[in-house]
Design a binder for this molecule. Sequence first.
Ligand code: NAD
Ligand SMILES: O=C(O)C(=O)C[C@@H](O)[C@H](O)[C@H](O)COP(=O)(O)O
Ligand code: ZN
Length: 360
Amino acid sequence: MDRLDVGLGERSYPLYFGNGNLGTIGACCKERGLGMNVAMITNPTVGSLYADGVRDSMQQAGFTVNLVEIPDGEEYKNSVTLNAIYDRCVALGLDRGAFILALGGGVVGDIAGFAAATYLRGIPFVQVPTTLLAQVDSSVGGKTGINHPQGKNLIGAFYQPRLVLIDVTVLATLPEREFLCGLAEIVKYGIVLDRELFEYIESHGDKLLARNSDSLLHVIRRSCAIKAAVVENDERETGLRAVLNYGHTVGHAVETLTGYGRYKHGEAVAIGMVQAARFSERSGLSRHDETERIVALLTRLGLPVDLPQFGADEYTEALWHDKKVREGGLNFVYNRGIGEFHIGRVTDISTLLTACGIEA
Ligand SMILES: NC(=O)c1ccc[n+]([C@@H]2O[C@H](COP(=O)([O-])OP(=O)(O)OC[C@H]3O[C@@H](n4cnc5c(N)ncnc54)[C@H](O)[C@@H]3O)[C@@H](O)[C@H]2O)c1
Ligand SMILES: O=C(O)C(=O)C[C@@H](O)[C@H](O)[C@H](O)COP(=O)(O)O
Ligand SMILES: [Zn+2]
């Protein structure tokens, strides 16, 4: 099976990629030496499709599997759901020999990972990402957490999984809108870190949209390799890792202002990347034709690019809750043309809002 390692010393772990490898999850967990009792956290949508297969594989490898279901949706990535997970773990009597397996998209992965980071001060966890977005981004790198009404992912921990198993066949059942969200995060890597990847998406757009498994495996593997390299360099976002937040400053504000539901994360990121591209152009870091190229690719992929209507005050308030705010300024991720980035400081938010077409 194709494997890539995230190298973080004693916290290193493998990412396994395949086309039909879901049934190897039990053997992979065994090989990692995990305890025999597992809480498999999923939601009813994913659970009805894949929980039986994962459970069978785990049981064949000798594990005892306890199913823990949480409601489906970004609006449930909160403290109420987290507490319900703790309650179940306590009721099941899970001790430090147990581990958590997250089966689902980024919502399940983020909240299950945070539960694992905090339950009994930390038990191991495994990621089995089932959305394209989770396969290229959220399952890798150890950002776990929940939302707060005032801002996205305001509560969380850096906590790495023990292994990530990626099977592209599960993407066949993914609704179109969710699939496109994953493409948005892949485009993100291309814009700021890999011009070749950006051009690959431009030239293979039709194949990707048709979910061709070879094209998908290519972009998933490349995205994971890029993310792994960034995380290895800066696990806790003291510098370089902020690049992975490209498009998220405005994107998270859009998610917060619309109450975590109207826009999916990838859609909000697509909108945020267009605003970041406009601000980069206005700041002299990229050309107009490069901004147009970014807008054209996202539009062709069926992603939204226009900001929802809120006032400058509302955007300003939401933007100040960004985790990249430090001492009265916001560390902002710009694109330098296509394929490179620049991290700069914005102290006057109105300059960003003006570039986005929001007037005070
Ligand atoms: N930790 C990180 O580094 C990181 C990175 C990016 C995004 N995120 C977070 O991830 C979340 C978004 O994740 P997402 O886009 O995966 O959304 P999601 O987890 O809400 O999943 C999207 C929808 O698809 C369904 N689904 C999942 N897999 C399926 C499958 N194979 N077939 C059919 N339906 C399936 C889910 O039930 C859900 O309804 C956001 O909360 C975002 O903040 C975290
Ligand atoms: O892994 C990272 O680092 C990222 O920034 C990846 C993002 O795609 C992801 O949405 C992340 O959760 C955002 O991080 P946050 O710290 O701004 O909440
Ligand atoms: Zn993201």
